[in-house]
Design a protein around this ligand. Structure first.
Ligand code: 5AD
Ligand code: SF4
Length: 480
């Protein structure tokens, strides 16, 4: 993605085609939703590459077509259903032998029901069962439909080297944990991705070292809740306080992990996503401040600026706690970029409570954000216990107010960058002109500048002279 976007819809609406071919067979994967899904597709590609598959960008010639799905909002599921209709048409007209596999959150949520609802689908695989894919494809080969939606207490795919798909060879995702124990009342993820497990830090460091050896310059450490990362020898995440003194001494938390990953190479920039406000410690912030190569940017979803709504959402913090964390960020890392997720029109939200969200936004003045209408999800606490009582039209109006305000704030933050020199990692050629390059500054803001003699993968100092609410424009003044 070239430009930073302010949009309604981060998970579930973004589409990227990625290509991945059992002994001479070809596979094609499409991924929807969060970065974890894109990262998981790279693990799927790795598992099947080891079985002799190769990749194809061309769905018409694929033996197996996978769609890695998102359930976060109803709209995300609808997008996948629409894609399945397109696959059906392609199967009928162009590729009758095509096998269709549904991966990820929708597979986990719907399980066998998927096979009844969508006759086209042959394989249904949940996020913890990708190692079983070769067997499942074998089942389909002998004329059976295949389902594995078992969630695991251990699986982190720790030692699997992802096949980097559709990437730029410069930035990569590294998964550090799986699952989520938070049970936010609106969220389907704890049901579709299971309980929290942290990945062995040694395997994380090895993967980062390999990426450096392969020429990569930036990693994003990924997890549903990265700042609750705690390695204590594997298995489900344990409470630090319940560990023995010896186990505590050997354990690795997120701040400690960041500290080690930052030392892999000074040339490797580190980002991470997503953080939960209740787990964002000063220790993490101090480690960020200590290492120049850890980017000064935190995605800190707030969801609402009102403490009663936050309680109903089961977020585990109040407005005041959140503000205290933002103050700590600005105190410890003064130039830190902050972004958010906000949900508009959650159950019983009053006009005054919506105003609290707007006033919190005024306080923080986020660099950018991802903003959504509340979408009721089956079997979540909110669906079982609360009333989705805010009319659509009101949700939409409130969302518009939130988006409009965010546009102003993004512009305000970008203005602050004008007239300054920014260290940019060049990611590639701008979509708008092949005479321009684009990259990001430490705060994750996209910067576009004339290409001159520079190229992707270099760190460049760029003087910024102008901005929109989405992009900074500048001129390179030399290698950084
Ligand atoms: N409705 C709307 N938005 C949701 N999100 C998660 N569940 C829902 C839902 N049921 C949003 C939250 C979360 C982001 C990934 O998606 O803002 O942070
Ligand atoms: Fe969902 Fe909350 Fe977990 Fe995020 S922290 S994945 S919103 S349950």
């Amino acid at each position: 993605m070239e430009e930073k976007v302010i949009e309604e819809g981060r998970q579930g609406e973004a589409l990227e085609l990625i290509n991945a071919s059992k002994s001479g067979r070809k596979m094609y994967i499409e991924s929807y939703g969060c970065q974890m899904n894109f990262s998981d597709s790279e693990i799927v590609a790795s598992i099947l590459t080891d079985e002799g598959f190769s990749t194809t960008p061309n769905i018409e010639e694929a033996d197996v077509v996978f769609v890695n799905t998102c359930s976060i909002r109803e709209k995300a599921e609808q997008t996948v259903r629409n894609r399945l209709k397109v696959y059906n048409a392609i199967k009928k007209k162009q590729n009758p032998r095509m096998v269709v596999g549904v991966l990820g959150c929708m597979a986990e949520r719907l399980k066998e029901k998927f096979l009844e609802e969508e006759k086209l689908v042959d394989i249904v695989v949940g996020p913890d069962a990708y190692r079983d894919l070769p067997n499942l494809i074998g089942d389909v080969d002998i004329g059976r439909k295949a389902v594995n939606v078992i969630l695991s207490k251990e699986e982190t795919y720790a030692e699997i080297s992802p096949v980097r798909l559709g990437g730029n060879g410069i930035t990569a995702f590294v998964s550090i944990m799986r699952g989520c124990d938070n049970m936010c009342s609106f969220c389907v993820v704890p049901f579709t991705r299971g309980r929290e497990r942290s990945r062995d830090p040694e395997s994380i460091v090895k993967e980062c070292q390999q990426l450096v050896a392969d020429g990569y310059k930036e990693v994003t450490l990924l997890g549903q809740n990265v700042d609750s990362y705690l390695w204590s020898g594997g298995g489900l995440k344990k409470d630090f306080k319940k560990l023995s003194p010896e186990e505590q001494a050997k354990s690795v938390n997120f701040a400690q992990l960041l500290d080690v990953v930052a030392q892999v190479s000074p040339e490797l920039r580190i980002r991470f996503s997503t953080s939960h406000p209740k787990d964002m410690t000063d220790d993490v912030l101090h480690i960020m401040a200590k290492h120049e190569n850890i980017c000064n940017y935190i995605h800190l979803p707030v969801q609402s600026g009102n403490s009663r709504i936050l309680e109903l959402m089961n977020r585990g913090y109040t407005r005041e706690w959140y503000i205290d964390r933002v103050d700590a960020i600005k105190r410890i890392i003064p130039d830190c970029g902050i972004s958010m997720d906000i949900i508009s029109g959650f159950c019983t939200e009053t006009e005054k409570e919506h105003q609290d969200t707007l006033s919190l936004m005024e306080y923080v003045k986020y660099d950018f954000g991802f903003m959504f209408n509340y979408s009721e999800r089956p079997n979540t606490q909110a669906q079982r216990k609360l009333n989705d009582d805010i009319p659509d039209i009101v949700k939409k109006r409130r969302l518009k107010e939130i988006i409009d305000l965010q546009m102003q704030h993004s512009h305000f933050r970008n203005q602050e960058h004008v007239g300054k020199v920014h260290k940019i990692l060049v990611e590639g050629v701008s979509k708008k002109s092949d005479q321009e390059l684009f990259g990001r500054n430490t705060q994750n803001t996209v910067v576009v500048f004339p290409r001159e003699k520079f190229e992707a993968g270099q760190y460049i100092n760029v003087e910024v002279y102008e901005c929109t609410s989405a992009t900074l424009k500048g001129k390179a003044i030399g290698l950084a």
